[in-house]
Design a protein around this ligand. Structure first.
Ligand code: ATR
Length: 469
């Protein structure tokens, strides 16, 4: 525990000693723990029914807590909602400690959550609620607690992936603190103390902090928080960028309005669905039919598409030079659509090949380009300047798949893969072996992110920011 704390000392201002997670020999020394660390300590002995490991009888459990506290030094003791006996509280108060009254729900969010917080607060110095949201409405309920119970000292935590925003925006929720892990993935949705402090700067957020984010399902793997948060920090822009898991764009927009969000990114599967909720869209959004960037303008949301720009920017020079006049696009999904549109705009001649030929035909008809089955891909060998891998094959967990396996590069083509992780996909490795020059999904990702950052802030994305996968 001391080692974990030492490793994280720059990221934590308070820590919790979980007696139930210690070995018997560590428990014997626990009373001295506060004297070994220089931050406040919360003492907790969690029962199995509340997600802990303590199997002691209730009386013995309370005795162990009192015994551990008696040397003084602890700042808080955590005692559960249903504990009626007041011996722990009396001991704590006599030692000048504060009592956290806690309630856990690993299944959901209780219907009586407001009155629960109120009653917890009346029986302790701080009310702690750790519950499990399962949808956007649950998350909104947690954010609303502070509207109703603003002056109650509290800690409100949404557990699991749905609760991520409640941990990052803990100040917005009126919580006096939030919990971060020591870097190990202890539970879904639990962010490390390091990320909370260095990436999200959760402890620096205030009433003026602009809230931005990304909505998707799934969303936790997204690299966008790693792009936008350091960007905000570098230009001293008071804002935070948070991942939001959502079941629908419609429910997310209710939350976004409640949080007065200033803008958000949209990812799979909502890029098409979001368009109908936007009051103002750009020509690209209209023509591509999908939107990845939304900003708040007076009384409405405005949508733009930076995906197409992210794609075209890395090959802009080659198009201008006339090195790219024709392209073979593999795939006919959402990503391919923006790519074909972008190439068409730049008057590049496009041929689409797809596993399901009818989808290639449909996309080709829309933009007036050629189409064929992926099975015929070798027919285009030596005939195109650019080959774009625009499916999600190659992306983890499909690293071993190269949809263009049958295609033999001549070495003169430029090969471009939209997959950014891994950087060198099987498709790009095959192209490199043949002597092709390569374009990476990583650069596409960064370019769309930078333009998105400009839409959000009105400023250029700062230079010299290191982003790692
Ligand atoms: P995205 O928005 O990432 O483009 P999508 O709309 O689901 O995702 O499209 C996925 C693309 O990857 C499609 O072109 C799909 O081909 P089908 O239209 O035949 O489904 C392509 N794809 C998926 N798995 C594939 C595989 N194993 N081999 C070749 N193409 C594949």
């Amino acid at each position: 525990n001391l080692k974990a704390l030492a490793d994280n000392k720059d990221y934590v201002d308070i820590c919790e000693l979980r007696l139930d997670l210690l070995s018997p020999s560590e428990v014997a020394k626990a009373a001295d723990f506060p004297s070994m660390v220089d931050i406040p300590v919360i003492l907790t002995l969690r029962r199995v029914s509340d997600g802990g490991k303590c199997t002691l009888q209730e009386k013995a459990r309370r005795s162990l807590l009192i015994d551990t506290m008696k040397n003084g030094g602890f700042s808080y003791v955590d005692i559960e909602d249903d504990v009626k006996k007041s011996d722990v509280e009396e001991a704590a108060h006599s030692l000048g400690m504060k009592v956290i009254r806690s309630y856990h729900d690993f299944e959901g969010v209780p219907a009586d959550i407001f009155s629960r917080v109120h009653s917890l607060a009346s029986r302790g110095d701080v009310a702690k609620i750790a519950v499990t949201p399962h949808n956007t409405a649950d998350v909104m309920t947690l954010f609303r607690i502070n509207e109703e119970l603003k002056d109650v000292p509290k800690i409100i935590i949404g557990m699991g992936e749905w609760g991520v925003a409640t941990r990052i925006l803990y100040k917005k929720m009126g919580s006096i603190l939030t919990f971060g892990s020591n870097g190990k993935a202890v539970a879904p949705g639990m962010i490390s103390a390091r990320e909370l402090k260095l990436l999200y700067r959760a402890d620096q957020l205030n009433d003026n902090t602009g809230i931005y984010g990304i909505v998707g399902n799934p969303v936790m793997h997204s690299l966008s928080p790693q792009i936008h948060n350091p960007g905000f920090h570098k230009i001293h822009y008071n804002a935070v960028y948070v991942p939001f898991l959502s079941e629908s764009i419609r429910s997310f927009l209710t939350l976004a309005e409640m949080l007065r969000m200033r803008g958000f990114s949209v990812t799979v599967p909502f890029k098409v669905d979001v368009v109908k909720y936007l009051g103002n869209i750009t020509r690209e959004v209209k023509q591509i039919g999908s939107c990845n960037t939304v900003v708040r303008v007076p009384n409405m949301w405005k949508g733009t598409n930076t995906d197409y720009y992210g794609f075209i920017h890395p090959i802009e020079k080659e198009i201008d030079d006339g090195r790219i006049k024709s392209a073979l696009v593999i795939g006919a999904g959402g990503a391919a659509k923006a790519i074909v549109w972008a190439l068409k705009m730049r008057t590049v001649k496009v041929m689409i090949v797809n596993r399901t030929k009818s989808k290639a035909d449909e996309l080709a008809r829309l933009y007036g380009v050629g189409s064929d089955s992926l099975d015929n891909i070798s027919q285009y060998e030596g005939k195109v300047d650019l080959v774009v891998q625009a499916t999600n094959m190659g992306l983890h967990p499909y690293e071993d798949v190269n949809p263009a396996e049958k295609f033999h590069f001549s070495g003169k083509e430029i090969a471009y893969d939209i997959v950014y992780k891994p950087k060198y996909t099987k498709f790009l490795l095959a192209a490199e072996k043949a002597g092709c020059s390569l374009k990476f999904g990583w650069d596409m990702l960064m370019e769309q992110g930078k333009l998105q950052f400009e839409s959000f802030t009105g400023y250029h994305y700062p230079k010299d920011i290191e982003i790692s996968m």
